[in-house]
Ligand binder design. Structure first.
Ligand SMILES: [Zn+2]
Length: 273
């Protein structure tokens, strides 16, 4: 099975049109030929198709309330059971948890002013802003997702603004610590799995231009991410915390750059002269 590609595909920019689900699938823009969500459980989802088959999907262009899958009679498309947070539905929840974007494709059969006249059109990347359980018109539980269009950086049109700057390397560092905070050792459990945030010590954004390397990344709980990125806590060269009691937990395989710690102390921590 081909590797799942998250984000834009190089050969198919936003606005690319496709005549059929087969063509979409061959291009890799949305691989399943029937399912609306391309994704598996804990891997996350790479694309969704809006084609009018699902009840309760609302489309305002830049914001879409998308309905998960499952619980439908394939013959009539009527909702005949509850949707569960499994398969593609779980995959979309993972996208929110880890800040992964999802490609949105609209089909002509999707009832919306934003639908193409014919066939299918790739309409760019969205982030999964929120997800929750709701009761559909049929009375059965459905899973709903708020998808929000990711605004493209005008200076770098092929780059999108990542949410929380999650990258392949932040995922690796979080996995190394089993999603445990390096400052307080807390691990948040959620119905979609454990949660932690990968934080760049020296931020990636200009003018900091920190590198996206493991020696520049910490695995933190949300509270400590906020305290660290706002400069209420920093870290000494000997890995003691400054601004709070304690010491950074560091796995022996994780080398942390003293230069990046120094950058953080001098640029974010206001108490150090
Ligand atoms: Zn913490």
């Amino acid at each position: 099975m081909a590797e799942r590609i998250v984000g834009h595909l190089p050969n198919y920019p936003e606005g690319s049109c496709f005549s059929s689900r087969e063509e979409l699938s061959r291009a890799g823009v949305h691989r399943p030929r029937v399912a609306g969500i391309s994704g598996r459980g804990h891997e996350g989802a790479d694309s969704v198709v809006l084609a009018g088959r699902y009840e309760n999907t609302e489309d305002d262009g830049d914001v879409i309330l998308y309905t998960g899958h499952g619980g439908r009679d394939p013959a009539t498309n009527q909702q005949i059971g509850h949707q569960t947070l499994t398969r593609g539905n779980l995959a979309l929840a993972i996208n929110k948890l880890h800040g992964l974007p999802v490609r949105v494709i609209r089909g002509a059969t999707h009832l919306s002013p934003y639908s193409p006249e014919t066939g299918y059109r790739y309409d760019g990347l969205y982030r999964v802003d929120d997800y929750w359980r709701d009761r559909g018109r049929s009375g059965f539980f459905i899973w709903r997702y708020r998808l929000v269009k990711i605004v493209t950086n005008l200076l770098f049109p092929t780059m999108t603004v990542p949410i929380l700057h999650e990258t392949e390397h932040t995922q690796l560092v979080k996995a190394l610590y089993h999603f445990r905070c390096q400052m307080c050792h807390a691990r948040l459990e959620t119905p979609a799995g454990p949660y932690a945030e990968g934080v760049h010590i020296r931020p990636l954004t200009p003018p900091h231009n920190g590198p996206d390397t493991q020696e520049n990344i910490l695995c933190l709980c949300p509270n400590h991410r906020v305290q660290f990125t706002t400069g209420s806590i920093t870290i000494g060269d000997d890995l003691t915390l400054i601004g709070e009691e304690g010491r950074l937990m560091v796995d022996f395989r994780h080398k942390i750059s003293p230069a990046h710690l120094h950058y953080h102390r001098t640029h974010y921590f206001s108490l150090e002269s």
